[in-house]
Design a protein around this ligand. Structure first.
Ligand code: GDP
Ligand code: IMO
Ligand code: MG
Length: 429
């Protein structure tokens, strides 16, 4: 019996939602442990598409779904997402969803601050999702956040609001924005309390109990390793840790409970927002990948930047996330190309290097060194067995494994749930 962590190994949107949904058939509990509704996870089941941002993908199968303490929770987004799913026939109830009492809330002042910073003429534009993610995590680390449990004890809220607004109103004054009225913030929180509290639970204790009972726990990462606040392309990152180690911190289940880390990896590379992207193709190849792969953001609708597979980056994230195996997705998008390039190393100021340097300037300057492989003309779309793959596609997969130092244990060949090839079951590690 193994507990599995699923994490993105690139800049997000690798197809985590599809793979978590597929794996969740075998799981008892699905847990989100970081990020918030900046995530956009797509599931396609018999032609019907489900888009999840804050809720764990396990809700679609009615599995016990858990939002851990490491997640930042926008109560309005939570309610709206449950309503959207309900309209699609999926009911989320307090029996199937548990939210950690010690999770941080995203408030409207966080969303406003995120948008203000992104539209400011000065400062570094990150290209965030403007969901208030960064400002909410800043308040958490700054020890002034309002948390889910605070909604259960409204009489303690005014003092917490004062502490929070002492910081925010000073900041807002500096930005020329009107101050937030403490009473308005209190009313906002009081109005959502009844919608959120039925889901509140002591998540660390629940997960500990489940583990002792022998339940299978599946952790669903959001974003990807290159958006990790420590290990990613800082400052063009998100404000949480997105690598597998966070599954433990962000849920309260100690690291000994994690048996297998499954990295989700796209057969090429995409990124949304600003920041370095060594293998980006601003040309007809990038257009081809974006069009064939429908590379538009789930959350913001922005066009994703596209480029060749970068083995240097994935090799590095295999290491920092402790990835045991890879689910390679969207191989079908490469069908029909005459040749396919893979970045195997970089050139930095005339020298060959085998990793992504930490400095922002160096990350912008690295030039990819490519190997070129022949493409394949046959379709891999919807393939459900290894034997259905053209020989060149198999060679591509084998070469990727060799370059990144991890085996491909799952292969995805379309957005549909069942168009998935199992090589080695991560739950049977
Ligand atoms: P996530 O954020 O990692 O869950 O990924 P997104 O849902 O944001 O983006 C992945 C997109 O690719 C979604 O539209 C999926 O339906 C789609 N997708 C997933 N796997 C495959 C695949 O193997 N082939 C194709 N063509 N599309 C896929
Ligand atoms: P999933 O889970 C891709 C990116 C944003 C921006 C940066 C910071 O669907 O893979 P934030 O709003 O988090 O402060 O934005 O991170 N970003 C994502 N990119 N997939 C995601 O999630 C992302 N979540 C955030 O575009 O560059
Ligand atoms: Mg996504």
């Amino acid at each position: 019996m193994a507990n599995v962590v699923v994490v993105g190994s690139q800049w997000g949107d690798e197809g985590k939602g599809k793979i978590v949904d597929w794996l969740s058939e075998q799981a008892d509990v699905v847990v989100r442990f970081q990020g918030g509704h900046n995530a956009g996870h797509t599931l396609v089941i018999d032609g019907v598409s489900y888009k999840l941002s804050l809720l764990p993908s396990g809700v679609v199968r009615g599995k016990l779904s858990v939002i851990g303490n490491g997640v930042v929770v926008d109560p309005h987004a939570l309610v709206a997402e449950m309503e959207r799913l309900s309209a699609q026939g999926i009911d989320v109830t307090p029996d199937t969803l548990k939210i950690a009492d010690n999770a941080t809330l995203i408030l409207s002042l966080h969303r406003e601050l995120d948008a203000l910073r992104e539209s400011a003429a000065s400062g570094t534009k990150i290209g965030t999702t403007k969901r208030g993610i960064g400002p909410a995590y800043e308040d958490k680390v700054g020890r002034r956040a309002i948390r889910v449990m605070d909604l259960a004890n409204l009489k303690t809220l005014p003092a917490k609001i004062d502490r929070l607004l002492a910081h925010h109103n000073a900041l807002r004054k500096g930005l020329g924005e009107p101050e937030v009225d403490p009473k308005a913030l209190y009313d906002e929180l009081a109005s959502v309390a009844d919608r959120v509290l039925p889901f509140m639970d002591t998540v660390w204790a629940l997960l500990d109990k489940k583990r002792r009972e022998g339940s299978r726990i599946l952790f669903e990462g959001a974003q990807g390793a290159l958006l990790d606040n420590d290990h990613g392309t800082y400052p063009f990152v998100t404000s949480s840790n997105t690598i597998a180690g966070q599954a433990s911190t962000g849920s309260g289940l100690g690291p000994g409970a994690i048996d297998h880390v499954l990295g989700i990896t796209k057969a090429y590379t995409t990124r949304v927002g600003e920041g370095p992207f060594p293998t980006e193709q601003i040309n007809e190849i990038g257009e081809f990948l974006g069009t064939r792969g429908h590379e538009f953001g789930v959350v913001t609708g922005r066009k994703r930047r596209c480029g060749w597979f970068d083995a240097v980056l994935v090799r590095q994230t295999v290491s920092v996330s402790g990835i045991n195996g890879i689910a390679l997705t969207k191989l079908d998008v490469l069908d029909g190309l005459d040749e396919i390039k893979i970045c195997v190393a970089y050139e930095l100021d005339g020298e060959r290097i085998e990793h992504l340097p930490a400095s922002q300037g160096a990350q912008m300057r690295v030039k990819p060194i490519y190997e070129t492989l022949p493409g394949w003309k046959e379709s891999t779309q919807g393939a459900r067995s290894w034997a259905d793959l053209p020989a060149q596609a198999v060679k591509y997969v084998r070469h990727v494994e060799e370059l990144i130092g991890a085996p491909v244990t799952l292969l995805s060949t379309s957005p549909e749930r069942d168009d998935t090839i199992l090589v080695q079951n991560p739950f049977q590690d």
